[in-house]
Design a protein around this ligand. Sequence first.
Ligand code: ARG
Length: 472
Amino acid sequence: MAEKLWKGRFEQPTDKLVEEYTASVHFDSRLYRHDIEGSIAHCRMLAECGIISHDEASLIVQTLGEILRDIERGKIELDSSQEDIHMAIENELTARIGETGGKLHTARSRNDQVALDMRLFMREALTGIRDLVNLVQTTLVDMAEAHLGVVMPGFTHLQHAQPILFSHHLMAYYEMFGRDFARLGDCLGRTDVMPLGSAALAGSPFPTDMEWTARHLGFSRVIANSIDAVSDRDYLIEFCSAAAILMMHVSRMAEELVIWSSAEFAFIEISDAFCTGSSIMPQKKNPDVPELMRGKTGRVYGNLFALLTLAKGLPLAYNRDLQEDKEPVFDSVDTVMTTLRLLSKMLPQIRINRERMAQMAGQGFTAATDLADYLARRDVPFRKAHHVAGQIVQHCIQAGKDLGDCSLDELKSFHKSFDEDIYAYLDISSIVDRRKSAGGTATDRVREAIARAKAELESRAQGSLKSLQTKE
Ligand code: ARG
C-alpha cells in the first residue's frame, strides 16, 4: 500500500472502502502526461525564482522524465491506494530520489495541479476534435463538389417540399459543423488560462512567477483570481455543451442516413463496412453505425447535465465533488472523437442513387410553389396564385397525374395567364436554378458556397501552419 502524502495529521489508517471510494487513479491516470508536463514546468519555475536549487530541479525534472517513460512502458503499477495520479507520480518521485522529491510540491497544491492538468488535457482534446470537425467538413465539401448536379426532394415536415441540390443539403451540414468548429474554438480560448501557483485557493507566499510557468506551457495568460483558479470548471461545461450540440448535428445527419438507406427512400447505400447483419433475417443489412451515432448522442447530453449538476451547489473554492468532472469529460471527448473519425470515413463510401433522388425530386407536387410563382410573375397577387395552384394540385390528385401532365387548356381553365412556357418553367433543374437568393439552392449559388468553403478550409490550414511555425 502506498504511503499517504497527507498522513501527518492522521492517527488511524484509511478505511479500505473509503480508499476505493475516494480514489480516482483508475480514471485520472489518463492525465499522467499532462501532470508530468505541468510538474516539470513548475519545478523549473521554482528554480528560476530561487525557491529550490538548480541542481535539485535538474534531478527532479530528469526523474520525472524517467517516470514518464516507465508509465508509458507499463512499468509502474497504479492502484487505488495511491488515490490519484498526482499522488502516484509524487510518491514514485520520492521513492526514486528521496526527500528532494518532496520539494516539487512547494508553492502548489493538488487543487491547482488538477486544474492545470485538466486545462492541458482539454487544450489537446479541443485541438484534436477541431481537427476532426475540419476533416468532416472537408469530406462534405468534397462530396458536394463531386455530386453537384444531383437533385433531390427537399423536405419540410418530412413531406416533399421543393426540389433542391443534394450538394446544397450537404453544405447545410458544412455550416452546422462550421459553428461547432467556432464554438470549440471559443472554448479553447477560455481553456487557455494557467492556474498553477494559485495553490490551495489563496495563492502562494513563495516568490513564484506564474507568468513564467504560463509561457513555458504555452498558455496565453495567467488566471486572474486564485479562488476561481481552483473552482472554475466552466471550460469543461462549455466543452460538454459544444460537444452536445455537435453530436446533435451528427445525430440529425445519422437519422437521415438511416431513413435514406431504407427501401422506402432508397436514396443511398451505406457501404457494407459500416453495416451489420441480423442473426435471424438473412436479407438484412442494418445501418448500425449511424444508429449508434444517434444513440451515443444521449450519453453526451448526459455528460453535460452531470457537470452542470455537479457544479451548481458548490461553495467556493475546491470541493472533492469536483473530482467527478473527469469521467463525463473523458467520455464526451472519446465519444465525439470516435464518432467524427467514423463519420469522415463512412461518408465518402456512401453510394448515391442519383436516379432515384432525381425521380423523387419531382414527385409530391414539388413544383407547386413554382406554379404559383409563375402566375405571381404575371401580376397575379401571390395569395390568389397560391389558391389557383392549390386547385390544380387537387385536380391532379383526383385525375391521378402530375402537374406537367396537364394540357395548356386544362391549366388555362384554372387561370387565363398560363402559357406554353409553363412547361419549361416547371422543369426540375430550372426550378432549382431559379433559386438564386443568397444561400439558395441554385447551382451557381451552391458552386459559390463550395468555393467559399474551400477558401475557408484553406485559410484554416494556413492559420494552423502559421501557429505551428510561431511555436517552433
Ligand atoms: N483527485 C482530485 C481531483 O481530481 C485532485 C485534487 C484533490 N484535492 C484535494 N484537496 N483533495 O479533484
